[in-house]
Design a protein around this ligand. Sequence first.
Ligand code: SIN
Length: 334
Amino acid sequence: MRTSFFVLALCALATVGAQAAPQAAGPIVIKFAHVVADNTPKGQGALLFKQLVEERLPGKVEVEVHANSSLYGDADELEALRRNEVQLLAPSLAKFGQYTKQLQVFDLPFLFDDLDAVNRFQKRAKGRQLLRSMEAHGIVGLAYWHNGMKQLSASRALLLPSDAAGLSFRIQPSAVLDAQFQRLGARTRAMAFTEVFEALRSGQVQGAENPWSNIYSKQLHRVQPFISETNHGVLDYMLVSNPRFWYALPHSIRVELEAIVDEVSYSVNRQAEADNRADRQRIEASGSSQLISLTAEQREAWRNAMRPVWQQFEAQIGADVLQAAEAVNRKSRR
Ligand code: SIN
């Protein structure tokens, strides 16, 4: 009895030592979790980050990529980051509402003309400032990553805003997106990205808004007979870490990681539009969904229907942030 207790105690000590040792002596492990597939702009970015880190910091840093909500999903990933159980995430900008209202600017419909305009905003002072807007909550932004402009898909053809009335749309958890669909007389259901295919397939919701790459990689076009090419808003990401983890990294390692983040961000942001174009073509070629191009008048009708949402959220977002975002468009908007 005594011997076995002694052996057990030794084993327990050895286990504690084995868990602590790699942190002290072995490589630093960075868990990078996300909710999309590998064949998307974010999925590719995560894999490139892993590859470059392991080429340039061999034996010092290891990266584990957990795609498709396999480690954490929309419901728990940001809290896990705040507890330092995962060290890198790249949630959609619509998913930070609990920590800052300023990022709601990215959800405003018809605010940015295109992805180039989004890019300009993210690079200017106000956009850069927003990367630091959640540090008090244990979240530091390292970079913006593009996905693309969103398209509206549904169980029926959406040519004019009135066509959406009465339908229920899946949304990300964003008050702006909820208000945008309320403006159309539609209903919304906020749900995690992993649930979208099944919710559309079963008819729990009849519509959604996504960039082409998310539609294609999750095969949403197979359960949405119509996709209107609205480009009405943007779905982009913020690459985030836990400041307690990030700023505690040895200086030389953090500097190298930051250089890699810059390189990967450049690659993701240069490639995202082409990836979305390719996925649009794949969807069209599949023949399972009818792609609807809007006339200039139809697009203007959608813009007029959704545009009042800006005023509704201006005070929360900050007039300065909204003005800075409007200023990046090349065309006159008001
Ligand atoms: C993502 O691209 O990370 C998912 C976005 C969504 O929830 O629609």
